[in-house]
Write a protein that binds this ligand. Structure first.
Ligand code: WT7
Length: 692
């Protein structure tokens, strides 16, 4: 702790004496354009003066308290929620050191609560019943709807009653495979209400991926809809579920109920494939149930949900989050990182199929009584101005998105942005991958009219909520930096040997000691949890990311250091893509790496060795890509298939991805030492085939 406080103290000296102070003055005087030369962007005094955390001093004071006295700090915050019974005197207990026994993290243990109650009933009781909880915007402009907090509570209760009626109870898993309809957060909250464990699967995943997740968590029911329109495409989700359920049944997991929402604008029920006895229409069954439903009170450490995410090896991991800590952490991070006020209108463009949609579409905002926008469509449909059309339509004040969207809209030119007012915007947010400074500046200058601070939030499925993030109003921003740790978070940067680095440094990003939102295990595989996250650097949680810290203490994330590829903010394991490719009958071997991509951040680049005697062809290339689409989902499709007569391997047979990355990114003069390869000539063969 004392080491860390030294670091905190040095943060307090920023930014005076850095020579950039004149720029800060310039900003205060109104010249607030963030340009290439100026690398500090200060929030305006008007913004800071009304902000929840109005200064770096205030941040430091609170941060210090959160590190010196985590129990006291988090108890005070947790007390703002409703607890049927308070947690035990020990606010948290943890072992994050594999050398000292099994990894174990608990927060508010013994406390009895319910997240759905806190998000809905508590807010209704506090007088927010008539406030809009959700504005829904459909794929087509003009298609919309909304629910107040009272409406939402009633809808959630009806579904909760239905689920209980079909036999779903505490601890049972429910798989949700829905697009961004209001029914998606409704389904999540209904599960939370009755202590069922939801497992939302992003509706862009293939039948095979869905089947894999169903097989792993053995749900009592699957909730889906018949179809969805995304842009100009119609996707038949129910058919995908049908296929997945056949597949999971082969693995011995049969699901009794498939509750299907009729998404009329995309598909009528008459044309939907149906299995009598198993399938039920949401609209025919759920509305018959009462609009009140008793809450299932649970321990803070009872599971809330599972969410599968990709690792560098093997099958997807079921990240498990529990109730109390996740509730307190997502609500608190949401409030401070977006400087949330009751009058805000908040839009996060993420899908609830990813963690961002769990923590920052559904739980964090609703726990704060916020008004949230749920958008079904695609951000560039019918044209690249759609986002700003939505911002103006609902008077969005807080807009949270991913760098990939910023970059893709940036390419379409400023007119699509400037034809809309956007004057409601107050704070912008970014998540999913490092945001490059030029995209940051465009987001700041053009979208936010140089007026709105950007919260570049670094976190992960595993962390539950923001870990390193600006608090708008508190700090000067640096374009591309996620800045400083959230309260209670102790990031450390370590070297290869796991030694903590001090001051200006660069290395592996780890976290010392736990925070309430941390995941507690990988479902059914605590050993993999320990091996992946706690064994690499004993004593710490290892994030899998590289990071550097500059002289002012700002953190700069540099991307994954493992074999995880980040495509448009979606995490894809190279091993998963490889196993999809080798399942193709004509593929003998595959090695997949990420390469830089202007819009997507990274793109998937696959080296493929064909079965002896099979000739290269364009058709085969397409069929390999289709295999990946079918097995994982369209978002994981490789951008490049590079024919490989052989792969660079060490004598022990390990593929040297370092070399493949260089070949893929055409950095041939940086291949490095190839002498340890079993057969160095494969490198020349690969180079010769690079544009074939
Ligand atoms: C990985 C986690 C957390 C929600 C979205 C993705 C990368 C995420 C940032 C950021 C730099 C970021 C990291 C991380 N990442 N946010 N602001 N700056 N990198 O969740 O699928 O669990 O992926 O996304 O590499 O490890 P996820």
């Amino acid at each position: 702790t004392s080491d860390h406080l030294r670091h905190v103290d040095s943060m307090g000296t920023l930014p005076s004496g850095t020579g950039k102070i004149s720029y800060l003055n310039a900003v205060i005087l109104g010249d607030s354009l963030a340009s290439e030369e100026n690398d500090l962007v200060l929030p305006s005094p008007e913004f800071s003066s009304q902000a929840l955390i109005p200064s770096s001093d205030k941040y430091i004071e609170m941060y210090r308290r959160s590190i010196v006295d985590p129990a006291g700090f988090w108890s005070e915050i947790a007390s703002l929620f409703y607890w049927k019974q308070k947690w035990s005197d020990q606010v948290y207990s943890e072992n994050m050191d594999v050398r000292k026994g099994p990894i174990n993290i608990e927060w508010f243990k013994g406390g009895i609560t319910n997240v759905c109650f806190n998000a809905l009933d508590r807010n209704v009781q506090a007088g927010l019943g008539a406030k809009t909880a959700i504005y829904w915007e459909g794929n087509e402009p003009g298609q919309d709807g909304s629910l107040t907090y009272t409406d939402l509570l009633e809808r959630v209760c009806q579904l909760a009653n239905y689920l209980k009626d079909i036999g779903v109870g505490k601890g049972d898993a429910v798989v949700i495979y829905l697009p961004m309809l209001m029914e998606l957060p409704i389904a999540m909250l209904a599960c939370a209400r009755i202590a069922a464990v939801h497992s939302v699967v992003f509706a862009g995943f293939s039948a095979e991926s869905l089947a894999q997740r169903i097989t792993d968590c053995k749900p009592k029911a699957v909730i889906t809809c018949n179809a969805v329109c995304r842009g100009s495409k119609v996707i038949h989700l129910k058919d995908i579920v049908d296929t997945a359920l056949v597949e999971s049944a082969k693995n011995g997991v049969s699901v009794d109920v498939c509750l299907t929402y009729e998404n009329q604008s995309a598909m009528k029920r008459e044309t939907t494939n149906w299995m009598e006895g198993r399938d039920a229409w949401w609209q025919d069954t759920v509305p018959k149930f009462p609009t009140t439903c008793d809450v299932e009170w649970v321990d803070a450490e009872d599971p809330l949900f599972l969410l599968y995410t990709s690792g560098s090896t093997g099958k997807p991991k079921g990240v498990l989050h529990t109730t109390g800590g996740f509730m307190v952490y997502t609500a608190t991070t949401f409030k401070y990182a977006f400087d949330y006020k009751l009058s805000d209108i908040y839009w996060c463009t993420a899908d609830c199929g990813w963690i961002t949609g769990h923590s920052y579409v559904t739980y964090g905002p609703l726990l704060n009584g916020a008004t949230v926008i749920v958008f079904e469509g695609a951000p560039n449909y019918p044209d690249p101005g759609r986002c700003w059309d939505i911002v103006d339509k609902y008077k969005v004040t807080l807009f949270y998105t991913a760098p990939t969207l910023v970059r893709s809209l940036m390419r379409e030119g400023n007119e699509y942005v400037t034809r809309y007012s956007r004057k409601s915007l107050r704070v912008l947010g970014s998540v999913g991958e490092p945001i490059n400074p030029s995209a940051w500046r465009w987001f700041f200058n053009v979208v936010g009219d140089s007026r709105c601070p950007i919260s570049d939030t670094w976190w992960q499925t595993e962390t539950g909520g923001f870990m390193i993030t600006p608090l708008p109003g508190a700090w000067p921003l640096k374009p591309g930096s996620a800045t400083f740790p959230f309260f209670g978070v102790q990031p450390v940067i370590v070297d290869d040997k796991g030694t903590e680095l001090e001051g200006e440094c660069s290395g592996y990003l780890c976290v010392k000691s736990s925070w309430p939102g941390a995941f507690r295990t990988l479902y059914g595989d605590h050993e993999r949890y320990e091996t992946t996250y706690f064994k690499p650097f004993p004593g710490y949680y290892f994030s899998g990311d590289g990071c550097s810290r500059d002289k002012d203490g700002y953190h700069w994330l540099t991307g994954r250091v493992d074999d995880v590829i980040n495509v448009s903010g979606h995490r894809i394991g190279s091993a998963e893509v490889e196993s999809a490719l080798v399942s193709h009958p004509q593929c003998a071997e595959a090695a997949v790496v990420g390469v830089e991509h202007e819009v997507k951040g990274q793109a998937i680049y696959a080296f493929v060795t064909l079965v002896e005697g099979v000739p290269y062809s364009e058709e085969l290339r397409k069929s390999l890509v289709a295999t990946v689409r079918n097995q994982i989902g369209a978002f994981a499709a490789p951008d490049n298939i590079h024919w490989a007569p052989g792969l660079p391997k060490t004598r022990s047979g390990k593929i040297m991805r370092r070399i493949l990355r260089k070949i893929a990114s055409r950095q041939l003069d940086e291949l490095g030492d190839t002498s340890t390869l079993a057969d160095p000539s494969v490198v020349d063969q690969l180079i010769a085939l690079r544009d074939c």
